[in-house]
Design a protein around this ligand. Structure first.
Ligand SMILES: CC(C)(COP(=O)(O)OP(=O)(O)OC[C@H]1O[C@@H](n2cnc3c(N)ncnc32)[C@H](O)[C@@H]1OP(=O)(O)O)[C@@H](O)C(=O)NCCC(=O)NCCS
Length: 224
């Protein structure tokens, strides 16, 4: 685990990026519009592990942690106090009932133009990298576990929990507070409703709701 915390303190006091640089990195009018002059101090006080790679056009907000084996593509935004690449939650029970940590070195990949809000966690992979596809948006207070793959242009909305090794297809929407069981696949273009507990694979372009989640209807064009 972490031997020397000094090794992790990199770029913590780097100069704040200019407003136009932040807006450029955010890559969209919506984000650009919400930035105002006080945000020019964004960029101070985050931690980037020396083994992480962050594209220069990406913006990292104060309090964020970027761990080892993390790759962050171009024009990404990592919100305040979000953690990308901390060890995944993987333990093996011992004969005496105690729990031994299983090493996680699978990495995390954020493809280009991924936005992560405040206080969200994207854990280090173990069997494979944890991956967020190009253009996807992760809201505040979301948890994405080890080995999960989120496709392109997905929305993962407030307090959603994606358990280990899930596959979320391109364009899928995971609504606030939804919980996705480990190893479950949510199909391309599917939508999981508010507070759903998904314990089975969700087919493409379907809307599932409830506990346990079940089919509600096909997902119409109005939601795309
Ligand atoms: C899943 C969702 C899209 C369904 O919306 P809809 O198709 O308009 O469905 P309706 O509201 O007409 O409801 C249809 C039925 O499903 C039920 N239902 C709807 N959403 C539900 C949910 N999340 N959990 C359980 N049941 C739900 C309704 O109670 C209704 O049941 P009934 O026919 O027995 O009365 C919507 O509920 C949802 O979760 N939207 C997410 C919104 C969101 O993420 N907002 C974030 C903004 S930041």
């Amino acid at each position: 685990m972490i031997e020397d915390s000094d090794d992790l303190i990199v770029d913590t006091m780097q100069e704040a990026p200019a407003l136009d640089e932040i807006a450029h990195a955010a890559g969209g009018a919506m984000i650009k519009d919400v930035f105002s002059p006080p945000w020019q101090n964004a960029g101070r006080g985050y931690f980037v592990h020396p083994e992480a790679r962050v594209a220069p056009s990406s913006v990292i907000f104060p309090g964020a942690y970027i761990g080892p084996h993390v790759e962050i593509g171009e024009h990404c935004v990592i919100g305040p106090n979000s953690a990308i690449g901390q060890p995944g939650f993987g333990y093996t029970e011992q004969n005496d009932g105690s729990w031994n940590y299983r090493e996680h070195t699978g990495g995390v990949v954020l493809e280009d133009n991924v936005h992560v809000g405040a206080c969200s966690c994207i854990d280090q992979g173990r069997h494979r990298e944890t991956r967020i596809g190009r253009g996807s948006r992760v809201d505040n207070h979301c948890h994405i576990s080890h080995n999960a793959h989120i496709g392109e242009d997905c929305l993962i909305i407030a307090h959603a929990m994606i358990a280990g090794s899930c596959d979320i297809g391109d364009g899928a929407i995971i609504s606030p507070g939804a919980q996705i069981r480990d190893h479950v696949t949510v199909g391309r273009g599917a939508m999981v409703g508010l507070g759903a507990v998904v314990v089975k694979d969700v087919p493409e372009a379907e809307v599932w709701v409830g506990v346990p989640a079940k089919f509600l209807r096909a997902r119409g064009e109005e939601l795309r």
